[in-house]
Every structure is written in C-alpha cells, then in structure tokens.
Design a protein around this ligand. Structure first.
Ligand code: GLU
Ligand code: ZN
Length: 261
C-alpha cells in the first residue's frame, strides 16, 4: 500500500527549524507527500506566511502534490461531521467564556496543558454558544481502542477521556481536533507524521475517528527540535526562521545538519 503522509503547518508565523524537521521527516517516510495548510483560524493566518510555507519547503528540496488542501475551504465537510455528532446527541452548546472556565476552581490540567472543561453547560439547554463534545456519552459504548505509534500498538480506554472538548466556536470556527481527523481521512493519509507534542491528544483524535466512522491512520510522532537551552522552538522564535538562515547564506544541507538529518 502506498504510504501517504502530510505536512500540515498553520500560516500564522514563519517556518523554523522544527518545521523543517517535520516536513523532511514526513516526506522521507512517504510514497506520496501531501501538504495541508491549516488556516482554519482566519484571525491568526496571513497570506504572506502561506506563501512563505511554499517558498521554504521547496527551497529545502521538497515537492508535494497539488492542489494543496486549505482548511479554510473545508467548512462544509466539518459541518457534516459536526451534524453527525449532533444527530447522535453527542454535542451540546456552551456559553462559558475562557475566564469562566479558569474561574471554575480546581479545574485539572488536560493533556494539552489547558484546563479540562468543568462541564458547567452539559445539562443546560442553551440555544447557542460554542459546541462541545459530551465525551462521557460519546465514549460510553465504545470498546477499548488502539492505534499504531511508530510500529508499536498503543491501546487505550476511551472512557478514561474526560474533557468535553470544543468542536466549534462562533468566532474561531471549527476546532482543530475535528478538522484534523476529517481532513486526514479525506486526503487518504495512511501515516500521520508530526511532533511528539501531539502524542497526548492522539487517543482523543482516534476516538473522534471512531465516532465519525473514519479510518485510523498509523502515527509517527517525532522528536521536537529545541534551542540551545533545550526549550522547544515556537512560532515566535523568528530568530530561527528558515528564511533568516537562508538570507544569511545557509544551504538546505546546512539546515539538515543543524537538525541532525
Ligand atoms: N497544524 C498543526 C501545527 O501547526 C499540525 C497538526 C497535526 O499535524 O496534526 O502544529
Ligand atoms: Zn459552558
């Protein structure tokens, strides 16, 4: 079977060494390498950053299939997935603001580091607001699930998931977790290659795949590129932007050496 991987950056800042590692890793593991522009949150995305994605990864020597999938064009597909969850009674409206949630004392930390939603709106019928997944209801009848991580089977009990994640927010649109599983299936991705920071949310995404009747790809979560102090590179680390190294005369081979490839 052809191995299909993807690189899925958000055009919210310049690509840095960590993105180069992610893109090169995904391409090296693929028969078909796809690009997906995760521009779902239009308030944070910039066209210039999107163009820079194409410039930077072609400079690295990568080629990808066209047309590139842009999440900003995929609302109908995300809405269909949302409708499916709503028809099964697995979502509810939530009118809490982020500070309401922070104020709910003793909110434990979720796998992404943010607070776990305390469930304030779960049993209140609200006509509008954001949409959340009722995780307890959604997972009540699911068996144990599994996915393959770097060749090893990783089993989990979906009933241990406790966060009623956001599926849709009025201002920001569809949520990342929903979009990513819908698009990986739509693009026929066989292996999701991405940073180790996303391993903790993979059981949730695999659970969403089951709820939506989507296939589960295999996963390869790779190491994260850190700075000299061992801190993970972030979008704001413009000092490590690929375009900056390039302007200073670095070659794609120099970049490979810097990230140990
Ligand atoms: N767009 C996400 C990012 O920039 C990647 C999501 C994924 O690979 O699943 O980190
Ligand atoms: Zn709420």
């Amino acid at each position: 079977m052809a191995r299909v991987t993807r690189f899925a950056p958000s055009p919210t800042g310049p690509l840095h060494l960590g993105h180069a590692f992610a893109a090169l890793t995904a391409a090296a593991r693929a028969d078909r390498f796809l690009l997906r522009v995760e521009d779902i949150d239009q308030t944070r995305c910039r066209p210039a950053y999107e163009q820079a994605i194409y410039d930077d990864i072609s400079w690295l020597g990568l080629t990808w299939e066209t047309p590139v999938l842009k999440q900003s064009t995929r609302s109908a597909a995300y809405q269909q997935a949302l409708d499916l969850l709503s028809e099964k009674g697995l979502s509810y409206h939530c009118t809490c603001t982020r500070s309401d949630i922070r104020a709910a004392l003793s909110a434990p930390q979720g796998p992404e580091g943010g607070p776990i939603y305390p469930g304030t709106c779960r049993n209140k019928p609200h006509p509008d607001g954001a949409l959340r997944l009722n995780i307890a209801k959604a997972t009540a009848d699911l068996p144990d699930l599994s996915f393959i991580e770097s060749g090893q089977t990783f089993r989990f009990n979906p009933r241990q998931l406790t966060d009623d994640i956001i599926l849709f927010r009025r201002n920001e649109g569809f949520a990342y977790h929903l979009a990513v599983v819908v698009d990986d299936a739509f693009q026929g991705i066989t292996e999701v290659t991405r940073g180790a920071d996303l391993l903790p949310v993979t059981p949730l995404q695999v659970t969403l795949q089951h709820l939506l009747g989507l296939p589960t790809p295999t996963y390869h979560h790779h190491r994260l590129i850190t700075d000299d102090l061992g801190k993970r590179l972030a979008k704001r680390d413009d000092a490590r932007a690929l375009s900056k190294y390039r302007a200073e005369g670095a070659t794609p081979d120099d970049i490979r050496h810097m990230i140990g490839m």
